[in-house]
Design a protein around this ligand. Structure first.
Ligand code: HEM
Length: 174
């Protein structure tokens, strides 16, 4: 997976908990604490998962707390800096989420080995969206965290519920 995920997690841990915690998270995952990542670099999925689990342990967070914090930071701090253009076209959480399948495809077309998550959408009523998640990685908890982050970005009350390992329900207030 693209190193961006690890860089974003590192920024979050360093900013909110300090450099030492990030060093410990890297070491707990079997990496050198001075390991450097560049955004286009490919990092093995297992390594990303190890770093996330190690960070949870070091910070004493549950996976849900960690993936919520990650999704919030990714959507509200990291992606607006790195991927500003994708935020321009959308005016609501609904618009933004409906663009996410296209965005993930577009952002990774020129990157060898990228296997972006793909999403398909189904409305069960005018406020309730089922998002089906297709990925080889099974990171649906990150999906839930990112969707919550999108609610915050657009300042909207949205409810997100994991229905299975490949489906979430998103209820919009309007
Ligand atoms: C403009 C905003 C966003 C950009 C540019 C972006 C881009 C990316 C990129 C480059 C990856 C790594 C893909 C790879 O290495 O193959 C990724 C992973 C991921 N993204 Fe996003 N993302 C954005 C917002 C979101 C949002 C809002 C969601 C949820 C609705 C989301 C869900 C995920 C998930 C779950 C993964 C983990 C990889 C997987 O499950 O296979 N992203 N994203």
């Amino acid at each position: 997976m693209k190193a961006g995920i690890v860089i974003c997690l590192g920024d979050l841990v360093k900013e909110k908990f300090g450099q030492q915690k990030w060093d410990a998270a890297l070491e707990g995952a079997g990496l050198n604490k001075n390991a450097m990542f560049i955004p286009i670099q490919d990092v093995a999925d297992e390594t990303v998962i190890k770093v996330v689990h190690s960070a949870c342990k070091v910070l004493n967070l549950t996976i849900e707390q960690a993936t919520d914090a990650f999704g919030d930071y990714w959507v509200n701090t990291y992606a607006p800096k790195i991927y500003r253009t994708y935020f321009r076209g959308a005016n609501s959480a609904k618009d933004f989420l409906l663009q996410m399948d296209r965005v993930h495809e577009a952002v990774t077309t020129n990157i060898p080995n990228a296997r972006p998550p793909r999403f398909s959408y189904e409305w069960t009523n005018d406020k309730t969206l089922l998002m089906k998640y297709k990925s080889t990685r099974g990171m649906i908890d990150i999906l839930v965290g990112c969707v919550k982050g999108v609610g915050k970005y657009f300042n909207e009350e949205i409810r997100v519920r994991k229905l299975s390992t490949d489906k979430i329900e998103v209820v919009f207030a309007r």
